[in-house]
Design a protein around this ligand. Structure first.
Ligand SMILES: Nc1ncnc2c1ncn2[C@@H]1O[C@H](COP(=O)(O)OP(=O)(O)OP(=O)(O)O)[C@@H](O)[C@H]1O
Length: 328
């Protein structure tokens, strides 16, 4: 059954039970060794803890690793299963790469943990706050590519929210983290967060379907593209997608994407790839074609040639970066 907490809801658990589970999650000692694989980890700090376990930043053999430890071995192994299956394919950038799965004893209790690639970067919401809302479209298009891979392996992410998405510092790539809510297609979604939950918006149920994730993508896109006050206006007593449509209509950044957003709200896409394919030309028009036309106009106008030339060059540079970001 699915789960919920203040942020994430785990469906089998009421809020009290999530709290108990959180406190039961062991704290790792500064140094530990896996029982079977004998890899040694030096714990630097805790990164976060939630419904399924706690995540620590560690070093192993001089390399930074994120280590997730939980009391419920079965939950941890389910996450391991998903991570393993998605990194077998051609595109291994869905989530962090797995490096170890093992047991350890903490305070006399056996716990299961897994170690993964440590992703240096920002959570998606922080990234957008720092670099600007014009990056939302680029990141959503990348996210849809990642989801397409996950869905093709028979999984639905479930608890899609900016906090579960990282943008890596080195190459501005979107990667999913926290696979605790990932659910087999057709089952009931295991974890969700109300703000991005289709049922909460009275737009459908919590069956793990591709359309469930795509609904969350669309809500997330709205959320990331508007200011806090505007977003709050959609949080009335009864949530309905009509409130989101109002925001889209009034937002310059969202209006061009109105068709794919509405289609996602109404479950009209059969795959993430299909939604991505309809968003790409809009993104291209907004980020490359329109500014280029504008720049050309300015260049041929009365303004000084030197400055206009520089302006065009900088836009082309941005366009190059965006093309790289789209297709990676
Ligand atoms: N591979 C990783 N690289 C870098 N940071 C990570 C990685 N995995 C997790 N984190 C950080 O650790 C925090 C907690 O991780 P995660 O969300 O997986 O666990 P959780 O909080 O226990 O899950 P839940 O949100 O379901 O309660 C994340 O917010 C993220 O900042």
């Amino acid at each position: 059954m699915p789960r919920r907490n203040q942020t994430t809801t785990r469906m089998e658990a009421c809020v009290t039970m999530s709290f108990n589970q959180t406190t039961a999650i062991p704290s790792l000692p500064r140094q530990f060794q896996g029982k079977w694989n004998k890899k040694s980890y030096h714990v630097l700090r805790e990164l976060g803890r939630g419904a399924n376990g706690a995540v620590y930043l560690t070093t192993e053999g001089g390399v930074k690793r994120a280590v997730k430890v939980g009391v419920e071995g079965i939950d941890i192994l389910m996450e391991v299963n998903v991570l393993k299956s998605v990194q077998q394919g051609r595109d291994s950038r869905v989530g962090p790469l797995l490096s170890d799965v093992d047991d350890l004893i903490v305070d006399g209790k056996a716990c299961t943990f897994y170690a993964m690639e440590y992703l240096e970067g920002d959570q998606l919401d922080r990234y957008i706050r720092q670099y600007g809302q014009e990056w939302v479209g680029v990141m959503m298009v990348q996210l849809l590519a990642r989801l397409d891979v996950l869905h093709k392996h028979g999984w639905v992410f479930g608890d899609l929210k900016p906090e579960n998405i990282m943008v890596t510092q080195s190459d501005r790539q979107v990667r999913l983290i926290d696979f605790g809510g990932v659910t087999k297609l057709g089952n009931a979604v295991r974890q969700f967060t109300e703000e991005y939950d289709r049922a909460y918006w009275h737009a459908g149920d919590r069956k793990a379907e591709i359309s469930y994730d795509l609904f969350s993508v669309a809500v997330m896109m709205v959320r990331l593209s508007v200011d806090r006050e505007v977003w709050k206006s959609s949080q009335g007593e009864t949530r309905h997608t009509v409130l989101l449509c109002d925001i889209i209509r009034k937002s310059d950044g969202l209006y061009p994407y109105r068709v794919p957003l509405l289609k996602a709200f109404h479950g009209k896409y059969a795959s993430a790839g299909e939604m991505r394919a309809e968003m790409l030309p809009i993104l291209r028009e907004l980020t490359v074609a329109a500014p280029q036309k504008q720049a050309q106009k300015r260049a041929s106008g009365a303004g000084g040639m030197g400055i206009s030339g520089l302006f065009v060059a900088s836009l082309l540079l941005l366009a190059g970066t965006l093309y790289y970001a789209w297709f990676m």
